[in-house]
Write a protein of this length. Structure first.
Length: 130
């Protein structure tokens, strides 16, 4: 049997709606089969040869025991300005929807003097009143 026939025999077929998933899984299967073929060539003299299924299971076990990727926690995207603002003339009024200057979520309130969109809960922290 040629290399292509072996690849087709050892690969798994999954029907998926996403068009790119078949390409990705086929490339991944090709890489696993190529790695298994290398394993077979390297271990011809020894009895440490694994079957294709055992080789796939070993890869899966090693990937499951890998250290997890630590993600950063969500929060404000930037630091607030340090300077203290006065409260005179600063109050909220309704405006068109936009992003809050503190938490980056949608809001419909705006500080009259600063012209910054702020939630009622974010207003004191932005103006240094909290």
């Amino acid at each position: 049997m040629g290399g292509v026939d072996v690849m087709d025999k050892l690969s798994t077929e999954i029907q998926i709606k996403k068009w790119w998933w078949n390409l990705f899984s086929h490339a991944l299967n090709m890489a696993v089969v190529a790695a298994w073929k290398l394993h077979m060539e390297l271990h011809t003299a020894t009895n440490n040869r694994l079957s294709h299924l055992q080789f796939r299971r070993e890869i899966t076990i090693h990937l499951l025991h890998a250290r997890p990727f630590v993600r950063s926690h969500p929060g404000p995207r930037s630091q607030l300005p340090i300077r203290l603002r006065t409260s005179y003339g600063h109050y909220l009024q309704s405006c068109a929807q936009g992003r809050c200057a503190v938490c980056q979520r949608n809001c419909r309130n705006e500080c009259v003097q600063c012209r910054k969109r702020l939630h009622r809960n974010c207003f004191p922290s932005y103006h240094g009143l909290a």
